[in-house]
Design a protein around this ligand. Sequence first.
Ligand SMILES: [Zn+2]
Length: 625
Amino acid sequence: MRLSIKLILLLYVISTSFIWAQAPLKIYCIDVNTGSSTLIISPTNEYVLIDAGMTNYGASTVYPFLQNLGITHLDYTIATHYHEDHIGGMDEVIYALSSFGSNDSILNWCYDRGDSTPPSNNIYTGYASAAGSKRRVIGLDETLNLGGGAFMFCIARNGTVMNGMSVTPSTGENYRSCAFILVYNNFRFYVGGDLTGNPVSGDPDVESKAARVTGDVNVYVANHHGGRNSSITVFLDSLRPEAAIFSQGTIPSNNNHPHQEAIDRLVAHNTYMYQMNDNLTGGVIPTGHGRILNTTASINVNNTYYTINGDTYQIYGFNGDAGCLSILEPHDTITEGSIITPQALVKNYGTSAMSFIVRFKIGEAYNHIKTIIGLVPNDTIIITFDTAWYATRGNYIVTCSTEVQGDVNTNNDRQVGNLTVAFYDNEVSEILSPSQGQILFYGDTIRPKAIVKDNSEYSNPAQVKIYCLIHNNQVIYLDSLTRIYNPGITDTINFPAMSITPVSEGVYQCSVWVVRNNDLMPSNDYKTVQFIIHDPNGIEWNESSPSPVNNQDFRLVTLKLYNISGRLINTQIFYRSVDNILKQPRHWFKNLASGIYFLHITAIPSDHNSAPFTQTKKIVILPNN
Ligand SMILES: [Zn+2]
């Protein structure tokens, strides 16, 4: 993160007074106009030259630059790739430093991407012959120890990155660029030639694969001079550079680097940009997000801070940074009783593998941790917490946060979400009409009426369907209504009235029930009452009356005796023809108190064809004395 202007100015005063000159590590992005050339001077004065600009710029610009610094040899040269704006001047530098016609000024190696599909032009052959026997293919993850604690390693070459991920070989040259991370204590610097992100003709996306291995850097030399097809978001998400350098020229060309799209993505990553030249036709860095240098970018790296052309940035002592990317479960609305296993997506934004704790909280109801071990830089992991949670109704704030000792950026630690655990329940509280045991006669009117409640909590208004059914052996009434209920409401439902036409006499059931999606308590959804429909002109029957089923041939006769309240007192079943069985009901229904009863008779004829005989009779049991 950038420092306040005040602190920058304070450190600037300090640095310009005495510390600046003593910077142990120096990096120069040499102004070679259109092209790139980066010089690294290690704390022990090892010299690495990465690229050397266009043809003629090696002789006219890079070599004089080295001379000014008193540099008479190079420990390594590196060609990121074989485009002229990178290697055009390299042979000139090698020859200028060396004895006539030799490369003896290169103490170690001239590293490059090797000779797979090289361009067939004299730019390449000129470089290759100057490097001569010093040429070496840079190894992925090969570490160049530059002394004094500075080292650099190659993370990408020929479209393959150091973790083995690679793109399908294509015809482009830019995507084959070698990319490097330079490390000095806690300072990290990226330079990677013209590595591409957004796939373009011949140049596939290597950046998104390299993003998995780069980790956080302080300074980023923008890939491809700030071109729109590089510096893609996922790559910058990994690098998170504080400062970026556009190594580009004054000459308006087809390229017009840097492009606005790349600038905008760097702005989005809060990266301060240094544009080496004003070409009048490239993108524009918004005010406050960078400036045009019109010269070489000079980076002086100390132990705790570094400067870029006088601007000072702090170097943090620890680059460990992990955070929670998102809460996967639970979220939004769930129902009470759900068994929840919290899940979250966690990322290591740091530069080394980390072990740390992740904490998950659901209000005050759940608070558990999960330990992550050895999550590699830039990797994400879905974690599932070991303890499950039985969801109880309520509104909760859900948080997931990483707990990293000395986390350099705590802003990305925590994700917060809202959770509603809703309880859904509608019940039929009571059937008011018909009442239990009510006796209705032909010609009466039934007005079914019931009380329905919505017992839901933390729920939105919901649609509920309410049914009423009246039946004995046959359905004589069925109606339904739809209501929208708010939680907590009590409603009295009046179903349409119905006039009782002559139907079978007998005991009827009136049932009322509710149907609601996700109702969590089905046991209270249904209520029923029994009532009697009677023929006012029907036979009043007593022990001296002739049996209604007398002398007929029935297979099965069921007698159900109800009291005046409609409650079932007794059931008798006869599996045979009956004769005179009803002559003495006291005999079949023992210990009956005197009073009025209703006897419901169902008799199934033996012939299998005739309809069942049903009848309800009022019985008067006289006092037994
Ligand atoms: Zn280039």
